[in-house]
Ligand binder design. Structure first.
Ligand code: A3P
Length: 345
């Protein structure tokens, strides 16, 4: 069994000096792309928020979510200019609220299973439990703000659409795993998540309003459908480079999907591992039940609380919230957008 090197890159324990350096880097990046961003089409969402359109997708720009500029359009521009992928890198890609946390957990547990044991007796000290999946697998967009980016650690995640990825990711031999989710479930997950993040005491966003924005593609990294289509087409054109997973299939047949994922990222399970229960242990360690229990105390609504990434973790919850009319609208959009492609919903 061979393991790609050093996939562990915790960012939880950032020191005050590092935080200062990160903010200084943020300021430089914001300044560098100021004019380019000002020229982009903009859409006011509410008094505190507007999105801008870059290469066909909508993004926050500048400081958002508690002065955290990490997911802004400027980060993408900086990465496009600077980022150099290595052939051994693995990128876990997704739209928000589509299974990012789950995919990060699985990717991390698989690639680091020699270093961090995945048998039940070792779970209590596993980084997925002692820190969080998001600490274990950094977002590429955040990394651009570190003074000394930890790119070389090899396992990263991103919400950047395929067509806007830094050129070196597209052209190098690195691999990309995408997770897609039923747009209706994603919308409900997003709506809950955004309301959980409200710390300013303002009243919760109405579902009608979030639905309207979503329908028009006005969510960060949206339109949701176009994001999925970019990765889906790439997975057909370059099946050895891009693997297209779905949240629903991962739920339905976790064991075999985990094996498929491991094999794709160059870390197949051996026959002995299958026999000794290693695959099943990874499935359970990364399950919604295990991870949500481990992080449930940490759900105070702040952006850094790990618990907010776990809500229900089920398929089809959207039927409990969406009206028949909303479902019809979203189904029509999916039918039109995914026409001729083997992506359902
Ligand atoms: P729900 O809000 O529908 O429960 P992301 O990680 O991209 O932010 O997506 C969050 C969604 O994935 C949430 O969906 C969350 O509950 C679910 N989720 C998080 N961890 C999971 C896991 N280990 N297994 C299954 N679903 C998980």
């Amino acid at each position: 069994m061979s393991f790609p090197v050093a996939f562990y890159s915790p960012v939880a324990s950032i020191t005050q000096d590092e935080e200062k350096a990160r903010k200084a880097k943020m300021a430089i990046i914001m300044e560098r792309y100021k004019d380019k961003v000002l020229a982009l089409p903009r859409k006011e969402i509410d008094t505190n928020l507007h999105l801008c359109k870059y290469e066909g997708f909508w993004y926050h720009h500048g400081f958002w979510l508690h002065s955290n500029a990490n997911f802004s359009v400027e980060a993408i521009m900086a990465l496009q200019d600077e980022f150099q992928a290595l052939p051994t890198d693995v990128f876990l890609s997704s739209q928000v609220k589509s299974g990012t946390t789950w995919l990060k957990s699985l990717g991390f547990a698989i690639l680091n299973r020699a270093k961090f044991k995945i048998d039940k007796d070792s779970w209590a000290t596993h980084p997925l439990i002692t820190t969080s999946p998001h600490d274990c697998v950094p977002f590429l967009e955040s990394e651009s703000f570190l003074n000394n980016p930890s790119y070389a650690n090899g396992l990263m995640s991103t919400h950047i659409p395929y067509t806007s990825l830094p050129q070196s990711i597209i052209s190098s031999d690195c691999r990309i795993v995408y997770i897609h989710r039923n747009p209706k479930d994603m919308l409900i997950s997003l709506w809950h998540f955004m309301n959980t993040l409200r710390e300013d005491g303002s009243s919760p966003t109405k579902l009608d309003d979030t639905f309207e924005l979503f329908r028009k593609g006005l969510t960060p990294n949206g339109p949701f459908w176009d994001h999925a289509i970019g990765y889906y087409k790439a997975s057909l054109e370059r099946p050895n480079k891009v693997l297209f997973l779905t949240y629903e299939k991962l739920k339905e047949d976790t064991y075999n999907e985990v094996k498929r994922l491991a094999s794709f990222i160059g870390s197949s399970f051996t026959k002995e591992e299958e026999d000794d229960g290693s695959v099943q242990e990874i499935v359970e360690l990364c399950s919604f039940k295990k991870l949500s229990e481990a992080h449930k105390g940490n759900k105070d609504g702040s952006h850094s609380s790990n618990g907010i990434y776990f809500r229900k973790g089920i398929v089809g919850d959207s039927v409990n919230y969406l009206t028949t009319e909303m479902i019809k609208t979203l189904d029509e959009i999916a039918k039109e957008k995914f026409d001729g492609l083997n992506i359902s919903f």
